[in-house]
Design a protein around this ligand. Structure first.
Ligand SMILES: *Cc1c(COP(=O)(O)O)cnc(C)c1O
Length: 397
């Protein structure tokens, strides 16, 4: 997945443009910036690449989610349905909005189980937030049908899945809004950065203002802009945007390399009858940032993890044992450990996560191994890795 593996001359050139003018700010200073508007260019490039009308850059993927929820009008008392398997940013952004995260089971797609979503809907539900984990898509037709039926907002967290698509449309552009992360380990990186994309002009205009203190960006005098509503500072810097601009132009190549490397590993593992793969609602749209597979039992999965270590296979996760990405170890969320008082709506509205039944998620996550697909592997390294993985798995069967 990581674009940082291929940081090079193209990235340096874009950054140098910014360093030479010294204008590190994305707005204003028109005379001093030698015509360089890296953030604006990156937004345009994202719109073209993704086939979406509007892209608003932010300081991170997490703040992209904050902005999306804000412009979608999500706040106190609203419930947002999210999966048990995701990065902690999902519930962080919901809590930051003052809204209530409602966690529901995943299925063999490794993201929201549509049946679990439907069962969790209440009169307070406002948003369904699928997370396209590990580079591939949620079951978007099913989720969209539920949103349409219940008049809910569909917000895609596509932070790990840029370059992926579903039935011909890019991930992140199918819901009412979508979010991307360009942190250091994502498919393309800005160092730190993110984006909200949407086809809705009003949401886009509000995102433009909201990310910059509510300034309406009318006129050239920064001190004289008015504030139609409250905002915040979620801006990206020109330096970060410059890196991303070089990276987004390489996205197609990155995804092609990931797909080539992944195919070698997947074909090799497919020869083992005990291995099954994550269900991909649209296999052709997989960005191929990861290879995710299941073993028949947790015991066998644990043995494969041990065998991978013995056989020198690295860069994989068994998320059941991971603190960052799975509800099992989110003790700070379960116990609502906050530095400041949370609202009563959140405290009383959240599930009792210490006693919630996520046995369906436990089953899938405890039997899952997800392998990172790197861009820098040579063909022979991929072949060798495939052989080592097969040997390791067969050694425990
Ligand atoms: C990385 C990530 C985020 C947050 O992105 P940052 O840029 O690190 O803030 C949100 N959701 C998912 C699924 C992610 O993987």
């Amino acid at each position: 997945m990581p674009g940082f593996e291929l940081f090079g001359d193209a990235e340096r050139k874009e950054v140098n443009d910014v360093l030479e003018s010294g204008v590190l700010m994305r707005y204003g200073f028109d005379g001093a910036r030698n015509g360089h508007w890296k953030a604006k260019e990156l937004e345009q490039e994202l719109q073209n690449t993704l086939g979406v009308n509007h892209a608003q850059l932010t300081s991170s993927g997490t703040t992209a989610l904050n902005v999306a929820l804000a412009v979608l009008g999500v706040g106190a008392g609203d419930e947002v349905i999210m999966p048990t398997f995701t990065f902690v940013a999902s519930f962080e952004s919901i809590l930051a909005a003052g809204a209530t995260p409602i966690l529901v089971d995943i299925d063999d797609t490794l993201t929201l189980d549509p049946k679990a979503v439907e069962a969790a809907i209440t009169s307070k539900t406002k948003v369904v937030m699928p997370v396209h984990m590990c580079g591939a898509m949620a079951d978007l037709d099913a989720l969209k049908a539920i949103c349409d039926k219940h008049n809910l907002i569909l917000l895609e967290d596509a932070c790990q899945a840029i370059g992926g698509s579903y039935k011909g449309k890019k991930l992140g552009t199918i819901g009412d809004a979508g979010c991307f992360s360009f942190d250091y380990v994502k498919t393309i990186t800005c160092g730190e950065g993110g984006a909200v994309v949407t086809n809705d002009a009003t949401l886009a205009l509000h995102a433009d203002h909201y990310t910059d203190h509510g300034h309406d960006h009318v006129g050239n005098d920064r001190g004289a802009e008015s504030h139609p509503f409250l905002g915040y500072n979620f801006r990206i810097s020109e330096l970060n945007a410059a890196v991303g601009l070089a990276q987004v132009r390489r996205l197609e190549d990155f995804v092609a390399t990931q797909r080539k490397n992944k195919k070698v590993l997947k074909d090799a593992l497919a020869t083992i009858p005990e291995v099954s793969f994550r269900r991909l609602p649209d296999e052709d749209g997989d960005s191929a940032g990861f290879l995710s597979f299941f073993m028949p039992t947790k015991e066998l999965t644990d043995k494969v993890v041990a065998a991978f270590k013995e056989h020198g296979v690295d860069a994989y996760w068994n998320y059941y044992e991971n603190d960052w990405h799975y509800v099992r170890k989110w003790n700070h969320l379960k116990d609502k450990v906050s530095l400041y008082p949370l609202s009563e709506q959140i405290v009383n509205g959240m599930q009792d996560l210490n006693n919630a039944d996520f046995s369906q998620s436990d089953d899938f996550i405890s039997r899952n191994i997800s392998c990172l697909i790197k861009l820098s592997w040579t063909d022979s390294e991929v072949q060798e890795r495939a052989a080592n993985m097969v040997t390791a798995i067969k050694s425990v069967l």
